[in-house]
Structures are given as C-alpha cells and as structure tokens.
Design a protein around this ligand. Structure first.
Ligand code: UDP
Ligand code: MN
Length: 617
C-alpha cells in the first residue's frame, strides 16, 4: 500500500509530505537515524511469495514480508528483545492535542530507539498511536457535494458494528470504537461487537471488558477461545448481532463524519447491496490521516491478489456525472463493509473453512455478484484504515498453506474454468488444491442458482484482462529474433507495472509476464476496429504520442484506459501488429534493449510477429 500510494500522496499531500520531510530532517539533524526517515524510503521492493513462507501479499495487493519491515534488514533478523512483560503492558499514554485533526505525530528524537523497539509489536508506530487520544478529531475529507447532501436517517434500520481482532493495541482498537461512537448517529447504532480472536495480551482481557461496559453505546466483547482466524471470528460476531445491518470494521480504523449514513442508506434501499466506504490511510509511521483516491475500483490479478485499478474512460465518464453516487466494484478489499444481516446469512455468510487471513474478500465478492447481489463503494463514506507493510501475527499452519489454501477454495468454488487458469500458473495454490473439502460450498452455489464466472467477468467486470474463449492468450513472439514481449517490472501508480515494452528470451514453460490477451476481433485485418493488447495487472500496450512527431515513438505498457491509442490489429498473413490511431506498425529498433517502437508499416522482418497461443485451461 505504501508503495502504491506514495506517488499519489506526493501529488495530493505535498504539504503533509513537507511536514514529514521536515520532521525526518530534524531527526536526522539530531544525529539519531529515525524511523520516520527510514520509512519514507521509496525503494521498498515488493517480493514474490517464496517457499520459506515468510512472505505474503496483502489485500491491497502489496507484497509484504512477514516478520520484516521497512526493507531494513539489520533489525529484522534480530528483533529487539520484546519481553512478555512489555507485550502485556498497555502503554497508552495520551497527550492532549496529539494527532489532532488527523495530523502526524512527531516523536522526539530522544525516544527514537524506544519507538523502533515498540514498532515491532504491532508493525506500526505503537508509540505514536499511544500518544494520540482515543477521541482525536479528524478532518471532514468528503467531497463538498457529499457534505451538503442531506441524508434522511428517519426510519433507517440499525446496524451492529463488528470488529474482530487478534492482539491489537489498546489505543488503535479503542480509537476505532470511539470513532464509531463519536461519528455515527446514535439512532443508527444498535451495538458494537468486539470479537477477540484468542489474543494473548493481558490488557485485552478483563480491562477491556470493564472499559467497554462504561461506553455510551452497548458494546460487548466476545471471545473465540482458540485462534479461529478472521472469518470464523466475524461469523461469531455476526451470529450474535441484533442489528438489521452488519457493519464490519478492522480493529485499527477511524471513521470520519458521515461514514455510516452513506452506507446504511444504500443497504436499506436494497438489501442485496454490499456497501464499502472509501478506505483512507492511517500512516503506520505517524498516524497521519491521509485521504485516499475515489476514482478506482477493486478487483484482482491473475494470481488472485486483490488490487485497486484505475477506471477506464467509459467508467470515468459515468462516475463524473455525479461523484457522490455509489459505484459498483468487481471486488472489495474485505475489512470494511456494511451488509443486510439476513442477506448475509441467506447468501452463505462466510466460508468457515477459510483460515487466519486472506481470500475471504474475493469469495464474498464473487458470491454476492454471482448470486444476485451487488458490491459498491460509497464515495461519501470515508473510513481510515491503518495499513501495514507486514503482518504482526502468526499464521498457524504456515503462511503459504493458509493463503493459498484459502485462494484455492475461492477458485474451486466460484471460478469454473478459470480455476484451471489459476492453478496452472500458481503452483503454490495447485499444491493445496486436492486438500480442500468444498462440497457444501458447491451445494450452496447450486441452491442459490448463482451465475457462472463467465457471466461475472462479462457483466460485472467487462474490462477484465483474463483469457476467454473469444480471446487470444499467449506469447507475442518476434519472428526473426525469436524473442517475446514482456511486461516491465517497474511499477507506476497503484503498483501497476509501467515502462517500455521489451523483448526477452521466450520462456517455456510459459510465464505470466510474457502472456498477453487480445480480443479475437483484432485478428481480422478486414475489420479494423482493433483491440487492446492486455496483460496481467490491467496494463495494455500503449503509445503515448509526443507533440514532436520527429521523435521515436516508444511502445509502453500502461494502465488499460479503453482509449483508442491502446487499439491494435494483427494481420496473421503479414505478421504486422498495427497501432490503429497512428496507422504505424510495431517494430524492433536497432537498440532493442530500450524497448519496442512504432514505425511506418513496411514488409521488413523487423515488423513481423507471431501470436503464439498458450492453452489457459
Ligand atoms: N484478525 C483476526 N484473526 C486473525 C487474523 C486477523 O481477528 O487470525 C483480525 C485483525 O486483528 C484485523 C482484521 O482481522 O482486525 C484484519 O486483519 P489485518 O488488519 O491484519 O488485515 P489487513 O488489514 O492487513 O488486510
Ligand atoms: Mn487491517
């Protein structure tokens, strides 16, 4: 998330960044290398999930290393001595005005060593969090039109807010609770249900029970007894909920004004809607509240990792007509949403065989869409979530087993022939495939008369970049050089790959980074409508046109936008790949290592391409 957001933050939050930079500078001046300074590094490199099971991919699609943080290797291998006494101490120590209006907390330099030590406990700046009062103020980050839009809450149903947690810090957990109480109309709040998923921290026991018993909104703490994972913990909460609507939150959120009304009003108007807020960012270093983007939707990549993608031109046009209108999203991030309680259970609640963390957000998204509901984002509802770079807790059973077991279940139950595509290219998931008992979930799908995954892709996410029977899927090979086009490894905004399209040695067995997808319409030279050449992560072959036409036209891989400059057609006879808006052809220049170019179409071998199909299921 950090990586994904950093550029946007620079653009939109330059004043905030300025403060952070100043703070880093001051701390640096003081001679003590600080976390603030460390963590502003832009070179944190995403890693692939590896066999040592120390790494995973979080639900925003950011690869994180379990047990590691901030790309700093020295202290990761030798974590500071965290004694039981330290772990079990509640160090909440609020300073009036600290973190006010969502402002960043600046830790005095002499506390920097301690701050770094405490960081390891929850993988966020615990010292900063513990200095912020539970009822800190936050800015109203909504669009102006959201602020002036009156929502009539009379007669709206009440909601139970369900917050599951495992070893959460006192300050983050209770700031979540207080932000709900302080910034929700009490007429809409039935209760708050905290579900303790077998936390071991002492202060989350009787102290917590006592504390919540004094709150102005009925609040209870349920305990799973043994570690169940977030799915079964949420189920425990949902089953005991009294409200007509269930609203789920992570245990480290802060709700802003108006957040709940905008969710509840949508669910009340259509009980089959699952409604998500815009998820803003609480900085894991400073606890600054940072407003997030509204012009993206949630989906997933070929490895079934959740991603935010930019909306294409047509979708943007729809959105711009009224930016306050909720818009549908192919998938949800998972932690924060509101849903009718009866609909939740009618639809099969959650897959109880999912462990610890991961996959349940896609499972619910597919199930809701395929079985007659909808998933949407309400742009007038903003909730901050604390994003971390790594996970602080254990994954009983192994990170890889847990994650790929959960994802294998998603694929097996909901994805029809696309499950074969997933397993073919995900050996980690393939390994977990036969261990999954899924009969009852398949029965559920049958009982509910759910649509196929083909229907989902075509109707809910027509912009998707997955292979289909009416698409080419495979390598794009240069006839003479025998090399294949490859997706660049560089990341643009939102972590989407971006950079020049380059040629590399064709891989066999095929690898995803050399796979492209193109609608078959583009294969017909008579029909010059063209088609996008897409690949994983919703990126397309694109040619940014320069004003100065004498310059070389480099072919880039950029977020798919649906614009005509991403339109190509292929002539299988001549092997030409024609860029339609310029009428030029894909070419390999002498300096091939700098990427592909466009040139006037000719019949030279340098412009001859072979589209080599690869079976995907
Ligand atoms: N959680 C839980 N049991 C688990 C794992 C997670 O109760 O075994 C809770 C966790 O405390 C948090 C929520 O589930 O409130 C989502 O987990 P997390 O915040 O780690 O996920 P992320 O936001 O990083 O995707
Ligand atoms: Mn979370």
């Amino acid at each position: 998330m950090y990586d994904m957001m950093s550029r946007r933050m620079l653009r939109r939050w330059s004043p905030l960044i300025g403060i952070l930079v100043l703070c880093a500078f001051l701390l640096w001046q003081s001679g003590s290398p600080s976390q603030v300074q460390e963590s502003r590094r832009d070179d944190w490199i995403p890693v692939r999930l590896s066999k040592d099971q120390e790494e995973y991919v979080d639900r925003r699609g950011v690869h994180v290393v379990v047990g590691h943080y901030m790309g700093d290797t020295s202290s990761d291998k030798h974590p500071p001595n965290l004694t039981d006494a330290l772990l079990n101490t509640n160090m909440f120590d609020p300073k009036p005005g600290e973190g006010k209006d969502g402002s960043p907390v600046l830790i005095p330099p002499h506390l920097s060593t301690r701050m770094q030590q405490l960081y390891h406990i929850n993988r966020f700046n615990l010292m900063a969090s513990d200095r912020i009062p539970l009822n800190r103020t936050l800015p109203d980050v909504r669009k102006k039109r959201c602020r002036t839009k009156q929502i009539d809450i009379t007669g709206l149903p009440k909601t139970s807010v369900i917050i599951v947690f495992h070893n959460e810090a006192w300050s983050t957990l209770l700031r979540t609770v207080h932000s709900v109480i302080n910034r929700s109309p009490s007429a809409l709040l039935q209760e708050i249900i905290l579900v303790d998923d077998a936390s071991t921290r002492k202060f989350l026991g009787a102290d917590l029970d006592n504390y919540v018993s004094r709150l102005s909104v009925p609040t209870k703490v349920l305990r799973t007894g043994k570690r169940e994972g977030l799915v079964r913990a949420r189920l425990l909460g949902a089953r005991s909920a009294q409200g007509q609507i269930l609203t789920f939150l992570d245990a480290h959120c802060e709700c802003t004004v108006g957040w709940l009304e905008s969710l509840v009003v949508r669910v009340a108007a259509d009980r089959k809607r699952v409604v998500c807020p815009v998820i803003d960012i609480i900085s894991d270093d400073t606890f600054a509240y940072v407003r997030s983007f509204e012009l993206h939707w949630g989906a997933f990549n070929w490895e079934l990792h959740f991603r935010w993608y930019t909306l294409d031109a047509a979708e943007l046009k729809k959105r711009r007509q009224d930016m306050t209108q909720p818009f549908s999203t192919p998938a949800m991030a998972g932690g924060l949403f509101a849903m009718d309680k009866n609909f939740f259970f009618e639809l099969g609640a959650y897959d109880e065989r999912m462990e610890v963390w991961g996959g349940e957000n896609l499972e619910l998204s597919f199930r809701v869409w395929q079985c007659g509901g909808s998933v949407e984002i309400a742009p007038c509802s903003h909730v901050g979530h604390l994003f971390r770079k790594s996970s602080p807790y254990s994954f009983p059973g192994g990170v890889s087993e847990v994650l790929y077991g959960n994802l294998a279940r998603v694929a097996l139950v909901w994805m029809d022939e696309w499950k074969e595509f997933y397993f073919k290219f995900s050996p980690e998931a393939q390994r977990m495939r036969d261990r999954q008992a899924i009969r009852s979930r398949l029965e559920l799908r049958k009982q509910l008369h759910c649509h196929s995954f083909h229907w989902y892709l075509g109707n809910i996410w027509p912009q998707h970049f997955f292979p289909t029977d009416s698409r080419f899927f495979g390598k794009i090979k240069h006839k003479i050089r025998g090399e294949c086009i490859e997706k660049p490894t560089g990341k643009g905004s939102l972590n989407q790959p971006m950079g020049p399209a380059v040629l590399t040695r064709c891989q066999d067995p095929p690898v995803l980074r050399q796979m492209f997808v193109m609608n078959l319409v583009g294969f017909n030279p008579e029909n010059d409508k063209g088609a996008a050449i897409m690949t994983d992560e919703s990126v397309c072959l694109d040619v940014p046109m320069k004003e100065d036409t004498s310059r070389i036209l480099r072919v880039k891989v950029i977020a798919c936008s649906g614009q005509s400059r991403q339109s190509w057609s292929y002539n299988s006879e001549s092997g030409a790949l024609k860029h339609l808006s310029s009428g030029l052809c894909l070419d390999v220049p002498e300096d091939a290592e700098n990427g592909l170019t466009l040139n006037a179409c000719n019949t030279y071998p340098s412009q001859q391409w072979v589209m080599e199909s690869v079976p995907w299921k």
